[in-house]
Design a protein around this ligand. Structure first.
Ligand SMILES: Nc1ncnc2c1ncn2[C@@H]1O[C@H](COP(=O)(O)OP(=O)(O)OP(=O)(O)O)[C@@H](O)[C@H]1O
Length: 468
């Protein structure tokens, strides 16, 4: 069973001290003399949670997570368990788990699954499970017997289809028991779950995402208010959300609908026809879609996540202007008959999103707040590669690209919208690709993609109560 801890796996470091205190303002922890060097090694930002051992009022365990700084470190995670007779009130107020979260209770009314996407990001989902999550669940189970996940409900992906296969089974399950999926993956795992949905499914699962991918757009956008340079790492935040501070909330979803003839493509391969795709992250045409499409070749894939930058540079040199007729319905302007037609037929970039960030530091839509459900579009015309690059680099500076204007009247447009309709006019198939959360669709010449928010979300995502 690949998910089980083995003797060769690093065990948690266990410390026993008399009292654990925290200074919330400075983030400093005091462990006392018994902790030796660990007094300065563990900070408040590493803390996951505290609990009363076996419910005993005078015996606590506090969990902390230290992560390797270098990506090739042989020990990427070190779980630290600090046992103490007392914890300070500040620690207790902020981190003590009094009650096991109901969404994680596996019983006749709720099924808990763990899905590990082994090839996400730098392939750390499985080590994270065996060295962090599984020991944490064992620790929790000593206090809360309901903290258990059946081995039968643990999925370790074996192929690119594994999450999609799981998703089909998830969505075909009845409304009860409810389902909670602890998903160790990047955005792709969520996309596979969403796209495995059949119309009419009664199941409305809750997904607890632990960010194991490269971009992790969903996680970073949904936790943005809690991300500070000196604050907890994304994985620490993810674990706190999972066990201490989680609330399930509807995940806003959009639908991209296509006129007949649109096909999903993968590399050179034309796959199935598609009438619509649901997404949670991004729908784009132009530069962004071309980068995603053109970097997905075996020759580019060998370069890992550097492939995006390499392809982006090639495309910026070409600075293709994409031909399309675009109509936008601005937020709150009533019916689709009020669509505003863009007064240009050549475009560089047309991107619509429900999120603030496509990566931790790439803020595509600075006005977006976690789960606000507002579609926003960023677009510009045929401005040339150099200006496009200059402007979009400002997305790494907190989203300042949205204010960029040039003396000749060109600018970056940033709008709250209810709907966008793009009719593709390109005759060369290379420039007819749109991207929905990473899936590439070839839209035939004259074909249309319409993007609109779904009124009701089919799933919930676990978010930190601090962002609600
Ligand atoms: N065992 C496996 N064998 C082959 N492919 C796998 C396996 N496990 C996962 N995958 C695939 O790896 C990809 C991982 O995508 P995911 O989005 O989770 O990570 P990422 O691309 O690194 O992150 P992000 O999308 O957040 O930038 C998915 O396409 C998934 O289907």
């Amino acid at each position: 069973m690949p998910a089980a801890a083995t003797d060769s796996q690093p065990r948690p470091l266990e410390l026993t001290i008399s009292k654990l205190s925290i200074d919330i303002a400075s983030g400093e922890l005091t462990l006392g003399e018994a902790a030796g060097d660990f007094n300065s090694a563990i900070e408040a930002r590493h803390l996951l949670f505290s609990l009363r051992q076996n419910g005993d009022k005078m015996s606590f365990t506090t969990a902390a997570l230290k992560e390797a700084v270098a990506p090739d470190d042989s020990e990427p995670f070190k779980l630290v368990l600090i046992h103490s007779d007392a914890i300070s009130d500040e620690l207790s107020d902020a981190y003590l788990i009094d009650k096991f979260p109901p969404y994680l209770v596996h019983d006749a009314w709720n099924q808990v699954d763990v899905v590990m996407s082994t090839k996400s990001g730098t392939h750390l989902a499985l080590p994270f499970w065996s060295t962090v999550l599984q020991p944490l669940l064992s620790t929790l189970a000593r206090t809360f017997p309901e903290a258990k996940v059946d081995q039968a409900n643990i999925l370790v992906t074996e192929s690119a289809e594994s999450v999609s296969d799981f998703a089909r089974q998830l969505w075909s399950s009845p409304a009860a028991p409810t389902r909670t999926v602890i998903l160790l993956s990047g955005d792709g795992g969520m996309v596979d779950i969403l796209n495995g949905r059949q119309e009419g499914s009664q199941q409305r699962p809750t997904i607890a995402l632990l960010p194991m991918g490269t971009g992790n757009a969903l996680f970073h956008s949904n936790h943005k208010p809690l991300c500070t340079p000196s604050g907890p790492s994304p994985l620490v935040l993810g674990v706190r959300t999972l066990f201490v501070e989680g609330v399930a909330a509807a995940l806003p979803i959009f639908r991209a609908s296509f006129t007949p003839g649109a096909h999903i493509v993968h590399g050179d391969e034309r796959q199935r026809q598609v009438s619509h795709l649901d997404g949670a992250i991004v729908a784009s045409y132009g530069f962004h879609a071309s980068v995603v499409y053109e970097s997905d070749t075996p020759a580019h894939r060998v370069h890992g996540d550097k492939r995006f930058g390499m392809v982006a540079q090639e495309l910026l040199r070409e600075a293709h202007a994409y031909s399309a007729h675009v109509a936008i319905q601005r937020m709150g302007t009533g019916t689709s008959s009020n669509r505003e037609v863009l007064d240009r037929e050549k475009h560089g970039y047309l991107l619509t999103t429900l999120l603030s960030n496509l990566e931790k530091t790439f803020t595509i839509s600075p006005a977006s707040k976690p789960l606000d459900g507002q579609l926003r579009t960023v677009h510009f015309g045929d401005i040339g590669g150099e200006r496009a690059l200059d402007a979009m680099m400002k997305a790494y500076d907190g989203g300042k690209h949205v204010d960029v204007k040039w003396d000749d009247g060109e600018r970056i447009y940033y709008q709250d919208i209810d709907e966008i309709r793009i009719t593709v006019k390109e005759t060369d198939q290379r420039w007819r690709k749109v991207c929905i959360d990473g899936t590439i669709v070839d839209v035939p010449t004259g074909g249309t993609m319409t993007v609109k928010k779904l009124h009701e979300s089919p799933l919930r995502i676990l978010v930190n109560k601090g962002v609600r």
